[in-house]
Design a protein around this ligand. Structure first.
Ligand SMILES: Cc1cc2nc3c(=O)[nH]c(=O)nc-3n(C[C@H](O)[C@H](O)[C@H](O)COP(=O)(O)OP(=O)(O)OC[C@H]3O[C@@H](n4cnc5c(N)ncnc54)[C@H](O)[C@@H]3O)c2cc1C
Length: 313
């Protein structure tokens, strides 16, 4: 079939999908190697809802939008980088190994390599009062938000081994912890583990999370009872935001109970196994997701792409 490249400019060295911590880190590495780099971003970084970034050295407790604005400014200081606000809707790897990339706004480009850094969709159990507190009083990662909610009465919304593990871990931040199973049942062994660890549990179904504004005061149970809470840790599962990686032939892992990530499989240099295709950040994580890990993997993906481009394949 004849292709319409009328909207296309020259072949880029690399297209980076996503300008979060991972994509911008990859792009910076490519820029500093003087590679023509097009970064496409839909502008929905996962932590934008949070007030601050916790635990990123050099940026600890900084509002996320300031971090991203500075990252974009640093990238645009390099002449070989272009940042385009749009969404990659489709991509095909051509016979010559290049990537044909189509954007939501109709623009179309071709690139010798591609870094996928589109982040993930964090899905968590749905309860009334949850969404408006996500990224604040409702959090998924104690390393990101534990400091801010320390010493409050904390709930852990999870059941099974995950609930036990999450609650025992959370003791670094509070000694008032309760596992809330929302109607699920713990085993006798799990109750024993919690009791030994000084953690409470409540297996009643929850009807609503209550509190003034976006603060949390209590979880209210379906039977009308309630438990005071200053914050709630929820287990979230991370899914790909689109079929882009699959469409390009990358392999993905299935989320399992403990590490709940549908991740693009990569090697230590963020290579997907598809020549020229790299993946970084949450979308390819095999460790608990964080800004620090995203910056690090983006750097590796960018470096791997630079090496490939220099070798001319
Ligand atoms: C609520 C919340 C709070 C968090 N707080 C912290 C914290 O305090 N400390 C910490 O270390 N970690 C925190 N994290 C985790 C951290 O935000 C992530 O690990 C990190 O943002 C991952 O970076 P990323 O670049 O992989 O993805 P993202 O930051 O999600 O960026 C991906 C970008 O790609 C774009 N994109 C997606 N698909 C496409 C497409 N097809 N075309 C173009 N663009 C696309 C998105 O719109 C987005 O802008 C938090 C996560 C959440 C959900």
């Amino acid at each position: 079939m004849k292709k319409d490249y009328t909207c296309m400019t020259d072949m880029k060295d690399c297209v980076v999908v996503g300008a979060g911590a991972a994509g911008m880190s990859a792009a910076l590495t490519l820029a500093r190697a003087r590679r023509s780099t097009l970064v496409i971003d839909a502008g929905r970084q996962s932590n934008l809802v949070a007030a601050e970034i916790g635990g990123l050295l050099g940026h600890d407790r900084r509002p996320p939008d300031g971090f991203y604005a500075e990252g974009r400014a640093q990238l645009l200081a390099y002449p070989s980088v272009e940042l385009h606000l749009s969404e990659v809707t489709h991509s095909v790897r051509e016979e010559d190994g290049s990537f044909d990339v189509t954007f939501g706004d109709g623009r179309r480009e071709r690139a010798r390599s591609m870094v996928l850094a589109p982040g993930v969709d964090y899905r968590y159990p749905q309860l009334p009062g949850m969404d408006e507190r996500w990224g604040g009083a409702v959090f998924h990662c104690p390393f990101c938000h534990g400091w801010e909610v320390a010493d409050r009465p904390l709930g852990v919304l999870a059941t099974g081994a995950v609930g036990v593990h999450g609650a025992l871990n959370l003791r670094a931040w509070s000694d008032q912890i309760t596992v809330l199973t929302n109607g699920g049942a713990l085993t006798d062994r799990q109750r024993e583990q919690l009791a030994i660890g000084g953690v409470g549990w409540d297996e009643r179904p929850i009807s609503v999370l209550d509190g003034p504004g976006n603060d949390l005061r209590a979880a209210v149970f379906a039977d009308g009872g309630e438990i005071p809470l200053g914050a709630l840790l929820v287990k979230s599962t991370l899914y790909q935001r689109s079929s882009l990686a699959r469409d390009l032939g990358a392999s993905l892992s299935e989320p399992d109970e403990m590490l709940s990530v549908e991740a693009i499989k990569v090697d230590a240099m963020c290579r997907t196994g598809v020549p020229g295709l790299y993946a970084a950040g949450d979308a390819a994580t095999s460790v608990p997701p964080s800004m620090a890990a995203a910056v690090a993997s983006g750097y590796l993906a960018g470096a791997a792409a630079v090496v490939q481009l220099a070798a001319g394949y």
